[in-house]
Design a protein around this ligand. Structure first.
Ligand SMILES: *Cc1c(COP(=O)(O)O)cnc(C)c1O
Length: 360
């Protein structure tokens, strides 16, 4: 069986080495006589897997000791509610940046619990940019500031970490966590669904500063309370054991490959190649302000949308799959997370040039 280059936004490609290791260990994990899927989450075998995965993630991101790492279910989407449920602490408002479709979802959920102040919105610019700092309206009495560093659908990424003073900064990093080194100490809460850059779907990684664990209201459900999971080391109930294990294999793969600074250099090179191909042609277009272009999700349109189907067919012919853009943006979207090999980008760039020559 030959592997394709899968440009899906998520669930996305996993490193082939990781899949092969999982395959080898599938029915007998390291002499235990059972699959990781069949293990009690309280067994010493699984606890060793879970502990190692957390230690490796902490090392990769240099997570300070005063942060807890939680491995939860419910997807990044549950965090849209968990953030207000844990962080409002008697306050009545929170600040949100509106930079795309995922921001909007977080905002809609936040509105169930508090007054949402929009710090700045890129909606009038059709979410093709990040509002400049002098347009931001931050509120000192906000319980927290929420933003989406990388908008997976629009392909827009903040160039810097917003400076929000003492108000806890909350970030939905679903499609950018682990793409490069990160200064975790600038954040109150970081969360990310696993299926973009961490592992298979079914798990959300939450990194939360420990002084924020005491702020949940009494009505916050136990399962939606960060403290429940922090106190129980993410084993209050059955965690997503197999996804946790696979994420651990991905963390080890990242460490073997030079960690996040090596990943950043590779990701930048991959993204630069693709944007250069788009910008170097009159046939392809990416609408995002260059400074805010995502390293992970690259939307692009063809000069003639009637040719979209033919382009997708030509791409498929070359083993390039799942390039169809999100319905709200149209055209194509190449999601190029850590596990997308550089050869996948090279092939895409060749197919784009060939297609433009023959059909453009
Ligand atoms: C994919 C994605 C989500 C949704 O994640 P689920 O795990 O499906 O809930 C949220 N935010 C961003 C930025 C995403 O890319």
């Amino acid at each position: 069986m030959s592997r394709v280059y899968n440009f899906s936004a998520g669930p996305a490609m996993l490193p082939q080495e990781v899949l092969q290791q999982a395959q080898q260990e599938m029915s007998d994990w390291q002499g235990s006589g059972m699959s990781v899927m069949e293990m009690s989450h309280r067994s010493k075998e699984f606890i060793s897997i879970a502990t190692q995965a957390e230690a490796d993630l902490r090392e990769l991101l240099a997570i300070p000791a005063n942060y807890k790492v939680l491995f939860l279910q419910g997807g990044a989407s549950s965090q849209f509610a968990m953030a207000p449920l844990n962080l409002l602490c008697g306050k009545t408002s929170a600040d949100y940046f509106n930079t795309g479709m995922w921001s909007k979802k977080a905002i809609a959920e936040g509105k169930r619990y508090c007054t949402v102040n929009i710090v700045a919105s890129a909606e009038a610019a059709k979410f093709t940019t990040v509002p400049e700092v002098d347009e931001w309206q931050l509120h000192r009495d906000a319980a927290y500031v929420h933003y989406t560093p990388n908008e997976t659908i629009g392909g827009v990424e903040f160039a810097d970490i917003p400076d929000v003073g003492d108000v806890p900064l909350v970030a939905d990093m679903s499609s950018t966590l682990l793409s490069r080194p990160l200064d975790v100490s600038k954040y109150g809460v970081i969360y990310a669904g696993a299926q973009k850059n961490i592992g298979p779907s079914g798990m959300t990684v939450v990194i939360v500063r420990d002084d924020l664990l005491v702020h949940a209201g009494a009505e916050t459900p136990a399962m939606f309370n960060y403290k429940t999971h922090a106190d129980a080391e993410s084993m209050y109930n059955t965690p997503p054991t197999y996804t946790w294990y696979l994420a651990g294999l991905v963390f080890q793969w990242l460490k073997r490959n030079g960690g996040l600074s090596a990943m950043a250099a590779l990701n930048k090179r991959k993204a630069d190649k693709l944007y250069a191909a788009i910008d170097g042609s009159d046939f392809y277009n990416n609408p995002v302000t260059p400074r805010y272009r995502s390293w992970m999700n690259v939307p692009f349109t063809l000069a003639d949308a009637e040719l979209d189907g033919a382009f997708l067919a030509a791409a498929k012919e070359a083993n390039l799959l799942t390039l169809k853009g999100h319905r709200s943006v149209g055209g194509m979207r190449a999601s190029i997370y850590n596990a997308m090999p550089e050869a996948g980008i090279d092939t895409l760039v060749e197919v784009m040039a060939d297609f433009e020559r023959s059909r453009g």
